[in-house]
Design a protein around this ligand. Structure first.
Ligand SMILES: Cc1ncc(COP(=O)(O)O)c(C=O)c1O
Length: 289
């Protein structure tokens, strides 16, 4: 537990050590719940509306009735940021099915548990961000959409955790998961982009990608910069032979990939990545006043 963490739990700010949930919570017992990761810069949550909208859709998709309105959740996020000592940070907004009787049936859960954690999070150190990450393609596959739709940001991350363990064992920084058909889905907590002939390509949701908020921002930035950006199915071949590759995510922000399974990108960080990263920083500065 981070000593710097600030927590909001079911309606109020509580000391991190007292922010606990029941052992009967179905979020813990079954991964039955949804969440969002949100960054805040200069004490303002970045793209909060988009995150809360995705949270609400994830909750609807798993038939979980939110106990708060969107406005109340936005207020809770703002209250958590205000209680934090840091100007910039990362927020985890979690909604579980709540505590209930043992057994999968959610009808025994009276009320969802809602909590928000604010903390500092840096997924890659400065040198990695400058020189590029080492990635592997994991043997662990992304769950198929007919098992769990990738657009649902649920608490079920075990296959991503397994892929992450593979990356650690291989001495790599990140793992890229393929879907059941062997095409690229996404990273363990980020979306994957490649640059080919000046165009940027990323897999669509049907291939097993979460529709990332940062991914959406990169599309906006690419269009504004006149760079063609498209969703396209990608094979491992497309990763191995890309001119550039980079990852996007709320926790990761934008990070260049230097090599995948020992194949070096043509250039890292490449010109397209550097331009988008610079424009991303400018956008964050602009939107955060
Ligand atoms: C599985 C997965 N894919 C992609 C992303 C990137 O999404 P976003 O940019 O909205 O953080 C995340 C992070 O939330 C994730 O957990």
């Amino acid at each position: 537990m981070s000593s710097q963490a600030v927590c909001w739990l079911d309606g109020r700010i509580v000391p991190a050590a007292e922010a606990t949930v029941s052992v009967f919570d179905h979020g813990l017992l079954y991964g039955d719940g949804v969440f969002e990761g949100v960054r805040y810069y200069r004490r303002t949550a970045f793209r909060l509306e988009e995150h809360l909208e995705r949270l609400a859709l994830s909750a609807r998709a798993i038939a979980l009735a939110l106990p708060y309105t969107m406005e109340q959740l936005a207020d809770a996020v703002r209250e958590t940021i205000a209680a934090s000592t840091a100007e910039d940070g990362y927020l985890r907004v979690v909604i579980t099915r709540g505590g209930g009787a043992m057994g999968l049936d959610p009808r025994g859960c009276a009320r969802p548990t809602v909590f928000i954690i604010a903390l500092q999070l840096q997924l890659a150190d400065a040198a990695k961000r400058r020189d590029g990450l080492r990635a592997i393609i994991a043997a662990t596959r992304r769950l198929p959409p007919d098992g769990l739709d990738p657009r649902i940001k649920s608490l079920n991350y075990l296959n991503h955790v397994l892929a992450r363990i593979e990356a650690s064992h291989a001495g790599a920084d990140e793992a890229i998961l393929l879907n059941a058909a062997g095409r690229v889905a996404e990273g363990t907590a980020d979306n994957v982009f490649v640059v080919r002939k000046g165009r940027i390509l990323t897999p669509p949701a049907v291939e097993g990608a979460l529709e990332g908020v940062t991914r959406g921002v990169v599309f906006e930035l690419a269009h504004a910069a006149g760079i063609e950006a498209v969703e396209a199915p990608l094979a491992p071949y497309d990763l191995y032979t890309a001119e550039e590759c980079f990852l996007t995510g709320t926790a990761m922000e934008l990070a260049p990939v230097a090599e995948i399974d020992g194949r070096r990108m043509t250039v890292c960080p490449g010109p397209v990545y550097r331009r988008l990263e610079r424009n991303f920083r400018a956008l964050v500065q602009g939107e955060m006043g």
